[in-house]
Write a protein that binds this ligand. Sequence first.
Ligand SMILES: [Zn+2]
Length: 420
Amino acid sequence: MKISGLLSKPSKTAPHEADTANAKLLLQAGFVRQEMAGVYSWLPLGLRVLNNVQRIIREELDAVGAQEILMPALEPKENWEISGRWNAMDVLFKVPSQTGREYALGPTHEEVVTPLIGSFVHSYKDLPVAVYQIQTKFRDELRAKSGVLRGREFGMKDLYSFHATQEDLERYYEIVKQTYLRIFKRCGIDAKIVEASGGSFTKKFSHEFHAITPAGEDDIIACADCPFAQNAEIATVKSGAKCPSCGGKLQNVKGVEIGNIFDLGTKFTEVFKVAFTDEQGVRQTPLMACFGIGTTRLVGAIVETHHDERGIIWPEEVAPFYIHLVSLQSKDQAMQERIAEVTSGLYRDMQANRLQVFWDDRTDSSAGEKLADADLIGMPVRMLVSAKTLEQDGVEMKMRGEQDSHIVRLEDVMEELSKD
Ligand SMILES: [Zn+2]
C-alpha cells in the first residue's frame, strides 16, 4: 500500500480530546475515527491490526477444537426475561421496535447461545462442545472513556463451552487459560492471570487476564516473572514478597482487563432447560463455561504497552504492515529519478516476496515529516532510500523499537528481510 492513496493519513497534531496514549496515537496516526463518545470507525491501517488480532484468536481457538459461529447482535427480549437479566443489567441497550416489541443489543450472548446449544445437544455423546464468535457488542456505559479501552460499541470474541462433568469443564478451562496466554503473547502482551471472585474455595470460579500498563484501571499485585497476579483489594500476598508460583518478585501495578473466563455451572443451562441423557440414560443438565476477549480493547492495550513519546511500536504479528518504506526527495533531478527507481523496484520485489510493505511515496512531504510519521505509525521495520543512502549503494534499515540503524546494500535487502 502507498500512503499517497491511503484514506486516513497521519495528522501533524495530537487530538486534544484524547485522555490516554491509545486514544491519542490511534487517532493521530489515522487508525480509528471517533464517531461519538465510545464509538469508533476502524480505518484501513487500524482494521489491519484488528484483523491480525482476530486471525491470531481464530488460529489458537480452532486449534483447541472450538467451532466458530456468528450469532445475532439483536437479541430477543424473552430470553433476557428467562435469564432474569432484562431488568438486572444497567448497561443493557434496549431497542424498541415500531411493532411494539423490544429487543436487546447484545453485551454478551449467554441468552442466545444456551438455547442454541440446547437445540443440538441431547446425549452425552454430543458433549463436550465449544463454540465462539467474533462480533460487535454493545454496553450502555454512562461514561465512555480511555479511547478504545472502554466503548459503548466494541469488538469481542466470546467462547462458550458445555460439558457433561465438572472434571471435563475444568480440563477445558485450563486448556483455554493456557491458550489465552499464547494469544496475548502473540499480540506482544505478557498477560497476568488474576484469580477473581470466589477463587478456588468455591465450586464456581473465574479468572481475569490483565495487560500491565499505567493506563490500567485495576490495582493488582503481579509477579514480574510469571502470569501470577491477585486483585490488590482482596490479595492474600503483599508487594515485595516472593511469588507463590515461581519465587519471583511481586509488585504493585496497574492492569487493563483484556480477557476473562468463568465457570458458569448450570446457571444458564438450567433456566433454558438444556438437558442431555447420560450413559445410564438419566437426564442431566450440562455445565457451562464462558471465555471472553475484548478484541478492540486488546488493540488499545497493545498500544498502551507498546509506544514511546514518538508513536506506536507494533509487535510484529499484529503490525498493519511489516515494512515502512520511505523515499526522501532530492533537489538533484538525476538523483531524484534514481531514488524513485530504486524505491519502486524495492516495493515491487517486496510485494513479489509477499512481504507486507507500506510505502511513503509522498513527494510533497519533508524528510522530517516522513520520519515522524513512520515513528508515529510504528511498523516494525523502517527502510529509508535517500541520496545519502544511495551514495553507499544501499538503504538505511532501522527497527522501530531500536535506536541504531544500519546500511544494507541494495542487492542484500531481500535476504536481510527474509532473515528469521
Ligand atoms: Zn511468579
